[in-house]
Write a protein that binds this ligand. Structure first.
Ligand code: FE
Ligand code: FE
Ligand code: ZN
Length: 290
């Protein structure tokens, strides 16, 4: 079964049950969400009853909770040496891991961090030290997302990801590939099998726990991080289809983080198009009309 879904919301009133229902309305077999606003620290208490209802509904609808992904808020920056910011990031990420456990979700995607001018080496060391403090306190697996290289982001090259993984002393660590970010970072998504070979040569292929499937508004190497709808950007439909259906990544959740078309979520239509394996040039108009 193709494990495909999208980013969905996590609302106060319905929580995990609402996220699941939104995902099902798009025809998804998996999904990803933030447990609160990604840019602030306000977190509502989790409602056990809603979590239980969601878990039962997942069983009914054939969704495996092990395929579901939570995204850590992007205010967390483990690369910063500033003591207050560093300690805040560690304690907030520990809390997020606890929320994952309460929800029964075991994969948490994290942006590795930005070195904010301190340099690559200092930043990577901060990330490693922080992860070595967080990982032994949780059962959650933290998936480091590959980044586009905007500003002073780290985790842009596979070498940087490898450096972090090598420095971490615990097993609950993995990788999330983001196709838009990889292309922005300079990896050619039209030669994805070669890319997987390089991942494998670094011993990283088995650590892939999630794939963010996005097209890119910018050409390869642009370091811009602007997602585009599937087939409408520089990566292109055929290349993305080959990635989604790649045999080596068969059991991995594929998550769409493509932009809304005006105020409308595109995911139902994009998932349908991906299942049909045929590009629909009129997709954006179709989304607006419905
Ligand atoms: Fe992300
Ligand atoms: Fe992403
Ligand atoms: Zn992005």
């Amino acid at each position: 079964m193709l494990k495909i879904g999208s980013h969905v919301s996590f609302r106060k009133d319905m929580q995990l049950l609402g996220s699941l229902e939104e995902a099902l309305s798009y025809g998804s077999t998996t999904f990803m969400f933030y447990t609160g606003a990604p840019q602030n620290t306000n977190r509502i208490p989790l409602n056990k009853e809603l979590t239980e209802k969601a878990k039962n509904k997942m069983i009914e609808s054939g969704i495996d909770i092990n395929d579901i992904i939570i995204h850590a808020p992007y205010i967390i920056n483990l690369a910063n040496s500033d003591e207050n910011k560093y300690n805040f990031s560690i304690s907030f990420l520990k809390q997020e891991c606890k929320r994952c456990e309460e929800l029964g979700v075991n994969k948490l995607v994290l942006h590795p961090g930005s070195h904010v001018g301190l340099g690559e080496e200092v930043g990577l060391n901060n990330i490693i030290n922080a992860l070595n403090e967080i990982l032994p306190t949780t059962k959650t697996t933290i998936l480091l997302e590959t980044m586009a290289g905007k500003g002073t982001e780290l985790g842009v090259s596979l070498d940087q990801i490898k450096t972090i993984i090598d420095g971490v002393n615990y097993k609950n660590i993995g990788i999330c590939l983001d196709t838009c970010h990889l292309s922005d970072a300079g990896y050619d998504m039209s030669k994805f099998d070669d890319f997987l070979d390089s991942l494998n040569n670094l011993g990283l292929l088995d650590l892939v726990g999630c794939i963010h499937v996005n097209d890119s508004k910018n050409p390869m190497g642009a370091h811009k991080d602007r997602h585009e709808n599937i087939g409408f950007g520089y990566i292109g439909f055929d290349n993305l289809i080959k990635i989604i259906y790649n045999d080596k990544l068969r059991n991995i959740s594929k998550i769409l983080e493509t932009p809304y078309v005006e105020e409308f979520p595109p995911y139902k239509y994009e998932i349908e198009m991906i299942r049909n394996k045929e590009f629909d040039e009129g997709l954006k108009n179709k989304i607006k009309k419905n």
